[in-house]
Design a protein. Structure first.
Length: 682
């Protein structure tokens, strides 16, 4: 260092230094940078701070720093996170026409990355590799790429990578990014859904003799699965095995999770077994993914097995694990088991979440356990839980479906007057309940109230109301409402059309129903099996049996899966049209297609045969349904009793009456009157 002859010059230089630092303060997140002396005690490594103090004392004695000292200063400011001061020093270096040191520049770049200022880091990186002619260190470059990818800027990251690896500038020739940079980019591109670009980079990586590791393969496999390219993902996994890259727990988790989402529980479980055989240790994430799969499939047996297997393997179940178990039981109607798991988790010191409570509430209300649900809702305060809008929606919907309309309304008003305002789903639940209770006027009032609450009715709202008007026989209002939404920005969906077609068919307005059906294709909608079933039923009930048969055959040759309800509607129509043989033939086709006749199917068959005078054949099917484990209901008994009354077989009538008493089935008044009349005559 050489001595300056003027102390005022030193003071002037100091002023310039801090002015430049202030100008560069946009690189820092802090509104005001504290002095080094005030921050020094907060740093575990005191060396950079001490070096800066030494530098300041030297300047106060008239020393003018050279390039090396400036580089040291930039590096030290970067180490203590003072990016603005570091860039202030860089400004001085450039002003004095010095060449900044490579280490110092990389330190500044790294400092910006550590402060999560990735956009600023990218701009500085561009200046660094162009104007300052400096190649980045691999670790620093990797930090920049990782930051850009994490903030969704994988495209910018890819651009910088191409520029550095392209070697278009002399000082970047021969630069090797290494596997870490490729891994970061491939992972970032996959997370952004740019899987093909990631695959190109993967090929480039291999062409440069950079060996992909488990991280590389994991990123690609995950990206391919998430974009629905399962075959490509499996091919990459096979390549991983061929190249003898050992799959880790992350690899197996990705594969198991992907299979779980495709509802391939059996294959996912087999993979778990393979993982264990190869010495892999499944973690909580592995087990939760597999449990979630079996929960979605409704496979309680496998769900329980995985849960207990997890505990045997020493993996502690989390609240997520318990929530999956509770949801799995709830879906299968096993409320006792779900409640038992709930009590068990509390005993083990695991606090329930709102997800836990909501799952239990939903299950209880589906089972009609209204008082238990209300008690559980009150229990939430014990666990410091507050009902969310999902809880409120479950309660309003459950109360409506169990016939507690007034209680549902009271709860709705309570929510409206609280901080937790009703959502469109809350309105839909109550509107649906009111429609089913025949209170269409009140339901319409709620629709009108939506706009004043700042909510917009969705297609679900309108579909509920259209269905409500149809089921309550007010087709005119249903058509008017349908026309209103057709003229607005809300687009009717296939469910909306199906509801109105059903209403028109039941009102005997088949011509309008068929016109509406024909309109579907013009609106870019495809009828589903529900729409077809409604139309077949409408055609049958309005006497157009041959048209119904033709429509049935039209859809049977497509890839559409015919439901048991579709068969039932047509079989019923054929029986009522006196086409007995065709009805029985269709029943045989139903069974050959792998569909299992339910109580409705058997009842239609028995009723049709009885009305055709084939009582003994009907009785044969009655015995058959019992053998197949399908219990007859009141309508099945009524049809057969009525049949035996017609042929005056009192003995059989008495037998059937005894069966109804034994099964706790009460016959309707009409059949009861017919039976009593027949028995009195005897």
């Amino acid at each position: 260092m050489r001595r300056s002859s003027s102390c005022p010059a030193t003071r002037s230089w100091k002023r310039r230094q801090f002015a430049t630092a202030a100008a560069a303060a946009s690189f820092s997140r802090r509104k005001k940078l504290p002095s080094v002396s005030s921050t020094a005690p907060n740093f575990s490594e005191q060396r950079p701070v001490n070096d800066i103090r030494i530098y300041k004392r030297a300047c106060s004695k008239g020393y003018v720093p050279g390039p090396k000292i400036y580089s040291m200063l930039m590096t030290n400011y970067s180490k203590i996170g003072c990016a603005a001061y570091g860039f202030g020093v860089l400004g001085l270096v450039l002003k004095r026409s010095f060449t900044p040191g490579v280490v110092a520049l990389n330190s500044l770049l790294n400092c910006l990355c550590e402060k999560l200022m990735f956009r600023e880091a990218a701009l500085f990186f561009h200046r660094m590799t162009t104007h300052l002619r400096c190649a980045p260190k691999t670790v620093t470059f990797a930090a920049l790429l990782k930051g850009l990818c994490a903030t969704g800027d994988s495209g910018i990251a890819l651009k910088w990578h191409a520029e550095v690896m392209g070697g278009t500038r002399v000082w970047l020739k021969g630069y090797q990014a290494g596997a870490i940079c490729y891994n970061i980019l491939i992972d970032g591109l996959c997370k952004d859904g740019l899987v093909d670009r990631a695959k190109e980079l993967f090929r480039e990586m291999k062409s440069k003799a950079i060996i992909p590791d488990a991280f590389t393969y994991n990123s690609l496999i995950d990206g391919l699965y998430k974009t629905g390219r399962s075959e490509d993902a499996e091919a990459v996994f096979s390549e991983m095995s061929d190249r003898r890259v050992t799959p880790n727990v992350v690899t197996y988790n990705i594969l198991i999770n992907a299979l779980a989402k495709m509802r391939k529980g059996k294959e996912a479980k087999e993979l778990l077994v393979l993982m264990k055989q190869r010495g892999g240790m499944p973690d909580l994430w592995t087990y939760n993914s597999l449990m979630d799969c079996f929960c979605r499939e409704g496979n309680v047996k496998e769900l329980e097995e995985v849960f207990y297997s997890m505990e045997r393997d020493g993996v502690k179940a989390s609240i997520v694990s318990y929530n999956i178990m509770i949801k799995g039981y709830e879906k299968c109607g096993m409320l006792d088991e779900a409640t038992e798991v709930y009590r068990l988790m509390i005993q083990r010191g695991i606090r329930p979440t709102i997800v836990t409570i909501n799952a239990l509430l939903e299950g209880m209300l589906l089972k009609g356990m209204v008082s238990d649900a209300i008690e559980l809702e009150r229990e939430m305060t014990v666990h410091n839980l507050t009902p969310d809008i999902c809880t409120c929606n479950i309660l309003v919907d459950g109360l409506c479906k169990n016939g507690y309309i007034q209680e549902a309304e009271d709860l709705f008003h309570k929510i409206s007057n609280s901080k937790l305002k009703p959502s469109i789903e809350t309105y839909n639940c109550l509107i649906d309940g009111l429609c089913k209770a025949g209170r269409l006027e009140k339901a319409s009032e709620l629709l009108d109230r939506l706009s004043s609450e700042g909510l917009v009715p969705d297609i679900v709202t309108y579909t509920i109301l259209i269905d409500g008007f149809c089921k309550n026989g007010d087709i005119r209002k249903a058509v008017e409402l349908f026309q209103t939404i057709s003229d607005s920005n809300v687009r009717p969906n296939i469910e909306t059309y199906s509801c109105l077609i059903d209403g028109l068919c039941k009102a005997g307005n088949l011509e309008k129903a068929l016109k509406l059906f024909d309109r579907l294709s013009r609106e870019g909608l495809s009828p589903d099996i529900v729409t077809y079933t409604i139309l077949i039923d409408g055609l049958c009930k309005n006497g157009y049996i041959q048209t119904a048969v033709t429509l049935f055959h039209t859809i049977s040759v497509t890839n559409m899966h015919l439901s048991i309800e579709t068969y039932c509607c047509l079989i019923d129509g054929l029986f009522k049209a006196g086409r007995l043989e065709k009805a029985l033939e269709l029943f045989d086709i139903l069974c050959s297609q792998g569909l299992v006749p339910d109580v409705v199917t058997y009842t239609i068959l028995i009723d049709g045969l009885c009305k055709a005078g084939k009582i003994l054949e009907a009785e044969k099917w009655f015995r058959d349904m019992e053998r197949n484990g399908t219990p007859p209901n009141v309508y099945t008994f009524s049809a057969l009793i009525h049949g035996f009354c017609q042929i005056r077989d009192t003995h059989k009538v008495v037998q059937l009456l005894e069966m109804t008493t034994h099964k706790g089935i009460k016959l309707n008044d009409t059949i009861d009157h017919i039976v009593k009349t027949r028995l009195l005559r005897e």
